[in-house]
Design a protein around this ligand. Structure first.
Ligand SMILES: Nc1ncnc2c1ncn2[C@@H]1O[C@H](COP(=O)(O)OP(=O)(O)OP(=O)(O)O)[C@@H](O)[C@H]1O
Length: 313
């Protein structure tokens, strides 16, 4: 099923801000040796919104993010910042966590962050102070003087995130920032990212951890085979799929098969999962259900994992 949903004005996590900047991919495509791996991809990352970028291995997420950041040239299409063509100066103000990471393994953690902060125009003092604060938030204050390569991979990852956040970026583009992090580190990172969105920063991150994406994201972009299959809030994507209800009675629910306007997805003894054609079908169903000892009738709110499977099927 292919679903295209335009993000609405409000979300379960609050109204989007209108005072920040908008990052936009417009018709981005990229081919390698004649093979198109990103094909006419368009989406926006709104100010103050956390946008999750999901899709199977090889769907084209990293390639798209590289084009957004200008480290890879697009075969066609544009990247816009506040509705105009993005510039190198705009991008220099972004925080980017590339898939290939790219800090210096032999350099000390704090020194390295201080150096990166200076590259972004911070004073040495401010860069070191902010780096120390971020390391503290990630529980790495005691490792500040250690060489990066002496840290575990998960801890190196936290330093990478700190590097992306250090200079107060105007937008964040993060390629799988959560992979390999323990649950406490995930929580610390969620909190840090939420602080940024609360200030109006647009955040785009890719992830294969759908439960996390569900918990964190205001908006989702689902990529498959280099194309956008669906985009919208998690609630909009849920609503775009079939609406299902769970019925539970005291007696066997096999009778539901004979109720006009009711499509049976599954019947298992006293429980059934159903799709209803209209309100009349619902009324007919409930009338019968009461006679069979109705215990529960409720709409099923699908997990994002189920929605994802549905749209990529
Ligand atoms: N430099 C390159 N040269 C040739 N093919 C490439 C290059 N970079 C990416 N590809 C191909 O483009 C496709 C998309 O890759 P990409 O890394 O963007 O996917 P992804 O969605 O980020 O995957 P994953 O979830 O595994 O990281 C893949 O088939 C990949 O092999």
């Amino acid at each position: 099923m292919s679903t295209a949903v335009t993000p609405g004005a409000g979300t379960a996590r609050g109204r989007p801000r209108t005072d920040g900047h908008v990052l936009e991919a417009r018709g981005l495509s990229r081919s390698f040796g004649g093979r198109t791996v990103v094909d006419d991809v368009s989406f926006t990352v709104a100010p103050g919104r956390m946008t999750g970028f999901v899709g199977a291995n090889g769907a084209g997420k990293t390639t798209t993010m590289r084009m957004l950041m200008g480290v890879l040239r697009a075969s066609s299409g544009q990247v816009l910042w506040d509705g105009r063509l993005i510039t190198a100066a705009d991008r220099a103000g972004f925080g980017y966590m590339p898939e290939e990471r790219g800090l210096y393994p032999k350099q000390g953690v704090l020194d390295q962050l201080g150096y990166l902060g200076r590259l972004h125009g911070m004073s040495r003092r401010d860069a070191l102070a902010e780096a120390a604060r971020l390391l503290e938030r990630f529980g790495l204050a005691g490792r500040a003087k250690d060489r990066l390569e002496s840290l575990s991979l998960g801890n190196q990852q936290k330093v990478q995130v700190a590097a992306a956040l250090l200079h107060g970026p105007a937008a964040l583009v993060l390629d799988e920032p959560f992979s390999g992090l323990d649950p406490v580190a995930v929580d610390a990172m969620v909190e840090l990212l939420r602080e940024r969105t609360a200030r109006g920063v647009p955040v785009l991150f890719s992830s294969h951890q759908l439960e996390l994406v569900d918990r964190l994201c205001d908006t989702l972009v689902v990529l498959s085979g280099g194309r956008v299959l669906a985009a919208g809030t998690a609630d909009e994507l849920r609503r775009a799929g079939p609406r299902r209800h769970r019925l539970h009675c005291e007696q066997d629910t096999g009778w539901v098969r004979d109720v006009p306007g009711v499509r049976v997805v599954d019947v298992d003894g006293p429980a059934a999962v159903l799709e209803l054609e209209d309100r009349a079908a619902r009324a007919r169903l409930l009338e019968q259900a009461v006679r069979h000892g109705l215990v529960e009738f409720a709409e099923i709110v699908p997990a994002l994992t189920a929605v994802y499977r549905e749209v990529t099927r």
